[in-house]
Design a binder for this molecule. Structure first.
Ligand code: NAD
Ligand code: DAU
Length: 352
């Protein structure tokens, strides 16, 4: 038996998860890949159309908050490893409804840990629980410095507090019960299939529609952007070669102030849409700031670079261009995910 035999990927219908599922289905034809997802507003099986009929792929529509259902699945399928991405992932939603974040991100993770421990406890060797986490657990940086794996946890939003808590539970299961685990903490991802509530796809959609671009506060907040496929490749490497009980930071070596990023996006989109230079920048509107808004995130990714040889392969200009092209070529996808409940969310979020 090996950890590669039956790999459970949670949240595989979401943005990052769908790229991870595709990579694993294609890369490991001798492994069975199980995609477990509750298909919340953020989950979309259209993201996986190209691999849905692969022989080594199975989709399981289950909520990780349902402890009995999760236990039954582990009994039935005897997963040999877990790559856990399922989560409530949007900071703004966590400010409006923190309870959903505690339920899915903390209780849901605990349910998976409990089931994995129960199934594997006779012999933990050849098993792995891999938790996908975020750099937001470290809180905020000032104008200088980088998050390392040694940085203390200091979460500021209900989202990051729930992710920090789930990281702690994973560690606790390693220490208390001997569950083999790795955790990675990644910076902001962007790329195809990202739900248009996050900065880049939201603004692409608004530029296409010539709607205002709501920049929070003065726009001088900094994020470290990574192309989603580079994150999926890092996840594969850590799954294969990461050391037990280790944490790996993943980042893009690519810091941008929001306002500069938005201007670059406007320039690229004007060129691609045949609009006159500067036209989309006129849509920029400064709006009420996000409460508790973290000033700056930036990752020191030297550990994963030195130990596993990973570094980003896609430059930001290239990745952003590919991302815009994907959204322009997939207007139907964009239309489907922005109909219905999305409109209500948008009206509430950007009311003032
Ligand atoms: P996403 O919101 O696009 O996808 C989350 C997926 O989880 C969806 O398919 C959703 O249906 C599923 N899900 C939500 N609640 C569930 C539940 N109770 N049971 C089963 N499935 C459920 O998120 P994403 O941006 O792809 O993020 C994936 C993971 O990576 C998250 O754990 C997030 O914290 C982490 N992460 C994200 C980023 C980023 O920039 N997006 C960066 C670092 C880490
Ligand atoms: O750092 C990793 C995290 O990155 C992940 O853990 C989260 O799941 C992911 O959502 C992302 O969190 P952010 O809060 O950084 O991403 P978001 O796209 O929501 O916002 C990026 C920046 O843009 C942030 O400074 C807030 C700002 N912003 C965002 C939106 C949606 C705006 O100015 N206007 C907006 O409308």
């Amino acid at each position: 038996m090996s950890k590669f035999d039956k790999i459970l990927i949670t949240g595989g219908a979401g943005f990052i998860g769908s790229h991870v599922v595709r990579l694993f289905v294609n890369q490991y034809p001798n492994s069975q890949i199980y995609n477990l997802d509750a298909l919340t507003y953020a989950g979309n099986l259209e993201n996986l159309k190209d691999i849905e009929n692969s022989e080594n792929y199975t989709f399981l529509k289950v909520d990780i908050c349902d402890r009995d259902a999760i236990n039954q699945l582990f009994d039935e399928y005897r997963f040999t490893s877990v790559i856990h991405l399922a989560a409530e992932s949007h900071v703004d939603r966590s400010i409006t409804n923190p309870f959903a974040f505690v339920e899915t991100n903390i209780m849901g993770t605990l349910n998976l840990l409990h089931s994995a421990k129960s199934l594997w406890q006779d012999d933990f060797s050849n098993h792995l629980f891999y938790h996908i986490s975020t750099d937001e657990v470290y809180g905020t940086l000032g104008e200088t410095g980088l998050f390392t794996e040694e940085t203390s946890y200091d979460p500021n939003s209900p989202y990051s507090a729930s992710k920090a808590s789930s990281d702690h539970f994973v560690r606790a299961f390693g220490e208390t019960y001997g569950l083999p685990y790795v955790i990675s903490n990644c910076s902001n991802n962007y790329g195809p299939n990202q739900f248009p509530e996050k900065l880049i796809p939201l603004f692409i959609n608004n530029i296409i529609k010539k709607k205002p671009l709501p920049v929070y506060g003065d726009g001088n907040y900094t994020r470290d952007w990574l192309y989603v496929l580079d994150h999926a490749i890092a996840i594969d490497l850590i799954f294969k070669e990461g050391k037990n009980k280790q944490t790996y930071n993943i980042g893009g070596f690519n810091e941008w102030k929001n306002i500069d990023l938005v201007k670059l996006l406007c320039q690229q989109m004007d060129a691609k849409l045949g609009r006159k230079a500067g036209e989309s920048e006129e849509l920029i509107t400064f709006v009420k700031d996000r409460p508790g808004h973290d000033l700056r995130y930036a990752i020191d990714a030297s550990k994963i670079n030195k130990e596993l040889g990973w570094k980003p392969s896609v430059t930001f200009e290239e990745g952003l261009s590919k991302t815009i092209d994907w959204y322009l070529e997939n207007k139907e996808w964009l239309k489907n995910v922005t109909s219905g409940a999305y409109q209500k969310y948008y009206e509430n979020q950007y009311a003032n």
